[in-house]
Ligand binder design. Sequence first.
Ligand code: F6R
Length: 241
Amino acid sequence: MFKVFVFDDYEGVSQKAFEVMQEVIKQEKVTLGLATGSSPVGLYKRLVEAHKKGLSFKHIQTFNLDEYVGLSKNHDQSYYNFMFEHLFKHVDVNLNKVHLPKGEGSLEDVASEYEDMLQKNPQDIQLLGIGSNGHIGFNEPGTSFDSTVHVVRLRDETRQDNARFFDSIDEVPHFAITMGIKDILRAKKILLVASGQNKAMAIKEMLEGKIREEVPCTILQNHPDVVVVLDKAAASLIKHD
Ligand code: F6R
């Protein structure tokens, strides 16, 4: 079931997402599912500000959605580095309790170990962005709804969307390792944030489209608790009553 909130701009989106996330963090023992990309940056900024005012992350463990294959933890554009720079280094989270799938080594082993940890530690909340093609995590169109942690070949449109973070498109990895759809759906609550016109079609599909593997986000219609936080542009194609 979706609860949809629409704000004028990215700041409004980030503030609402922060409020939802903060409620969960205030609980006693918390497992957060986290995401990277542009969408959660404003939320992470607010979490860091809240930490300075006393919000603690000591009791938190985290599991990120995905990581690029072939980038070491310390690479500028690795998702570990993204999380470290935007959140982890600024708060009192125990770094032994933050988890991302590793994009190096035996990926089969990485995938089965990460899957095992996820099954033992279901997320209290899973934060999601959304791809312009409807991907969630890096579950690209056509991914099985039964998928668990797996390696994925990134679509051209995804590599192009993410090229802005790299010196050139040639440097964007072709593969990533990601939580599967089944792992995402295990979360008690899902918080999806999106802003900008290029997300409008994916958002419309997610809320109103037929549930199908060609558009991965449509499966969220089957989850009991999805909070969707949008700016006006991302919400612009949604039907109004
Ligand atoms: C990130 C992730 C991706 C992004 C999506 C949107 O960990 O799994 O699904 O959430 O590609 O990216 P942005 O927010 O950069 O538009």
